[in-house]
Ligand binder design. Sequence first.
Ligand SMILES: [Zn+2]
Length: 218
Amino acid sequence: MQIREELAKYCNKVYQSGFVAAYDGNLSARISENRILITPSAKSKGEIEPQDFLEIDLNGNLVNGIGKISTENKIHLLVYKRRKEINSVIHAHPTFATIIASSQVEVNQPILPEVLLTIGKIAKCEYATPSTEELPKTMLPFIDFANAFLLSNHGAVTISTSIKDAFYKMEKLEHFAKILFHLELLNKKTLISEQKIQELYAIAESTYNIKINENNRF
Ligand SMILES: [Zn+2]
């Protein structure tokens, strides 16, 4: 599938999944070392079509296309500059992820094994005004290792080597946030024991070739 078609498909899925409201959110994909395709501003992700994406360089200059670049492009540019292996960035406002991001609930709790393995440590970034230079700066302490970011009182960012996987990381993050939200309300959660976490990490390293280090260890 052509990259524009694929990016449009996942824009539509982000909207249909309820991860954004109205014109919110922005998605991008790397098309070469220094070029990306990104969503235009003020267009619903549910109505995006392949020809709508704007091609920009990593300094934020418009290279190809007509329209206004998404105002949160600075988040995307930071990720692509700092993480050469990353090919897609999704920023959305999923309900439960945004609730947890706007609360004092500790997000990195050993509750679901697959979250430990597929997302790893979730970055909880301090609040900054949307669309400013300050917002990507809040991601800096985590940028070299995290694949999922909660932006305080705002939303979430997921990044990956592919558009599809960045979307599934967002879906997984939202699913986990929903479970965490209800567990906190229930006030009777149980956590995976330290011994079982170590077993999980052993499987992760031997079977899934995931390197466990201080950046993703709970
Ligand atoms: Zn936002």
